[in-house]
Structure formats: structure tokens, C-alpha cells
Ligand binder design. Sequence first.
Ligand code: ADP
Length: 501
Amino acid sequence: MDESLDGAHLWRLTLEHSPIGMNLVALDGRLLMVNRAFCDMLGYDATTLTRRGFQDVSHPDGAEADRLVFARASSGEIDSFRMLKRYVHAEGHAVWGDLSVALVRDGDGHPLHLIAQILDVTEQREREARLEAARAELQREHQTLEAIFEAVSVGLLLIGRDGRYERMNRRHRETMDLPFPDGHAGQAGQLGHVYHLDGETLLTAEEMPSSRAVAGEEFSDFTYWVGRDPRTRAAFSTSARQVRGPDGERLGAALAYQEVTELLRAVQVQDEFVSSVSHELRTPITSVLGYLELLCDHDDLPTDVLAQLHVVRRNAERLESLLSDLLLVGQVGEDRLVPQRAWSDLAAVLDEAVESVRPAAAERGVDVALDAPTGVTALVDEQQVRQVVDNLLSNAVKYSDVGGAVGVLLRQVAGAVEIEVRDTGMGIPSHEVDLVFGRFFRGDAAREQHIAGTGLGLDIVSSIVAAHAGTVSVESEVGRGSTFRVVLPQPGGVPEDPAGA
Ligand code: ADP
């Protein structure tokens, strides 16, 4: 018979070239025959393997389970079994195999040997293990975030695109009673006892932080009061950010609510203190100045006494100017800084300001120049604008050295007037630029060089400019100087002829 047609030989060839590991196992576990795929899987040659039992290449961890199921098959109790098991590769690492075993019986039904098929599933198992580890990591991360979400002292709220409250943490739940004593329906924009900083004006539905966030707005530190009773109400500072999907689509918004009651009350107390102290001190200092003036008018005083009186008077005047700064700051705190607008000749105002700073500038060796076209008039509170220019000018001189140049510029632009005060002085470091308009802020250099000041000047400037609905900005470079620019918008534009307005 043609050998190629020999069924047994054909079978042998098939087994040998099968891409799946195969072997013939004796009833005592010896490997009678192994194919190439099985050899490759475990890194041994066929001769080595056929000298061993399957137990010798199996991982010790599954040995007992292996033994039990093999005993049941080899005794004829079961005809087949399938299991996922680990083998040990010649190089020592584990190889995962998906093992299917079938029992072969002789003509009388007695067990003869077993045929095993082993599919290498190591990669698949490793992938699964990696996936499992990633899932566990994700779960851990989720639990950590969840714990933080609940534990933080900041109220957190997630709102859907449709304005529905999707999630809130414990802290936010606790604070809902004050603004919404009758409950909240879980929809953005519900009106409650939520007030502006004046403590009286209620927020409209559109002004509520949740509505603004749902409308797509992002904001930081929006501060307001909640609660009907002024004695028990609380202040909150809220920030909102949009939550977006992977393609940038808007999914909703996240809001963070921080209670700032203590801080706001402290600021209130500070404002009240500043205001009452400056009021109380103003009357005696006015009286002191009055009497000093009378004294200085005496022409029979010895010159040394007169010189000393002038020193006392200069210092008393300085005290008075400090007090008027403090009074103005107090007015800002109480929202009483309302500009009394009237038509004003700005060039004249600037000219007076420049002239009054000239002696101090000359003393420091600083030149002051004014560049103002005549006839620029504006509807402003003249006294307040003068104070803005005085403060900017005195800073420009104060923070300049001998040989410095200070320039004041007036410009008329579309719908506004612009005043610029520039100097060639010490400049402001970039990390201080955003801070200089803050109340009581003093730069490091100002303090280190003992340059007199209270840190109120620019706070007053920005309050007055804001009360005029204008803006003030600064550009500065350390060692080269600073330029402060004030823009005062003019309702209806700047008229050519104010008399006709
Ligand atoms: P004060 O001058 O009393 O310290 P201000 O509010 O007027 O307070 O200014 C705040 C701070 O801004 C100053 O301490 C100083 O550091 C800085 N600053 C203001 N104007 C100038 C300027 N023209 N050049 C350099 N630094 C300035």
C-alpha cells in the first residue's frame, strides 16, 4: 500500500504539524508523543519531553487539581475534561494553556491512553490580567475621588446641560437649607434667600451662580450672602467651570462653593473701624492745623521756633491727608463713593495737579512735564479725578530717583478720555503688578527702601475709576519705569462744546 495513503501515517503528520499543541499521554501520565507546537510552547525538544510525565512540566500551583482530574479520566470514570492550566517553560516562566483531554479506549472499552490538545493562551491571559489591574486601579481611583468629593469642606455641585442637579457632596447638601429653607427642586436657577454683597438686593434667576454656569459661563470667586436673617446668614464664594466631553462638547458644569462668612465679616469690621477712627481723628487734626496756621502768622516769633512750627505743620498736614485717604476708603466700603459729575476742564485739573507736585519733585530732582491739549472737557467728579491724578503723580515722583522724568498725558479717544502718568523710576516687578491696586498693598522695594506710604493710594485710584465706570491699567518694567493709564468713558461721547451739551 502507498505510504502516503497510510491512515496512521497521515494522522501522525497532521498531529506533528498542527499549530495547536498536542500530545499522547499514557495512563500513568508519561508523555508518549508530543508535537512541534507543544515543544515550541514549552521550549523543550521532543526527546526530552517524552522522557517526562505531564506533571513534570506543569506548574506546581495547580498540581493537585491536575492529579485529581487526570486520575478520573485515566481510570475511565470520565471520557474528557477541559481546564485552564499553567505549564513551566524551559526558561522558568509560566505558560498558560487551554487544555482539552479525551480518553481513548480499546475494543473492550478499557482505557488505553489520553489525547491532549493545548492552546497557548498566555498572551490572552496577560492581556486579561493587565485589563483587570487597570480596572482595579480605576476602581481605586474612583473610590479615592469619591472619598475626597465627600470629605472636602468645599461644597461641590455637578449640573447637567439641562440645568438638572446631577450630584452634590455632603457639604453642599448641608448648606442648601439657608438659601432654600422650603427645599430645592434640583434645577438650576431656583430663587431663594440669596443676596448681593449689599445684603439687601436679591439675586435674580439669571444672576444665580447655577444659572450662569448652565448658560455656559465660567467664573471665579463670585461672592454673595445667603439666608434671610442678617444675624445668621452666611457668605459664599463660588466658582464655576464647564465640564466637556472628549470632543469638547458641553456636558454640564461643576461648581465649588466656599464659605467666606468669617472673612467678609472681618473685612466689614475692618472697614467700620477705619471709617470710625478716621472720623474721630479728623476733628482734632483740623483744629490743630487751624491753630498752627494762626501761630505761624505771628511775626514776633523767633526764627528757630517758626522753623519748628513749620515742621509740626507739615507733619500735621500729612496726617490730615492720610486721614482723608482712610475716609475715602471707608466710603468705598460702604458704597458711598458716588461721583458728583459735572463738566470739567481736564487740562486745567491736570495742570493744577502737576503744579502742586512740582516742589516735591524738585526736591527729589525729578522733572515733571504735562502734555494736555486745551479744551478737553469731561463729565466727571472733578475732585475725585484730581485725587486720582494726585495719587498717581505722587507715586511717580516718590518711586523715581534724581534725574527721573515724569510725564502726564491727556488724550481724547472715541467715547472716552484717557489720562496717562508715566515715570522713569524703579518700576514694578511682574509678580507685583496684579497686586498694586489692592488695599494696603506695599511693594517689597517700597518697604525695604522705607519709602513713605500706606498702600492706599492705588486702591483709592481704582475705586474712583470704577465709580466712573472706567478702567485703570499699568505697564511696568523694573529699572525702567511705569505707565499708569486711566480711561474714563464719557456717556454719549465727548462733546466738542460742553456749553451746548
Ligand atoms: P503706597 O505708595 O502708599 O505704598 P499705593 O497704593 O500708591 O501705595 O501703591 C502700592 C504699591 O505699588 C507701592 O507700594 C509700590 O510698590 C507700587 N507702586 C505704585 N506706583 C508705583 C510707581 N509709579 N513706580 C513703582 N512702583 C509703584
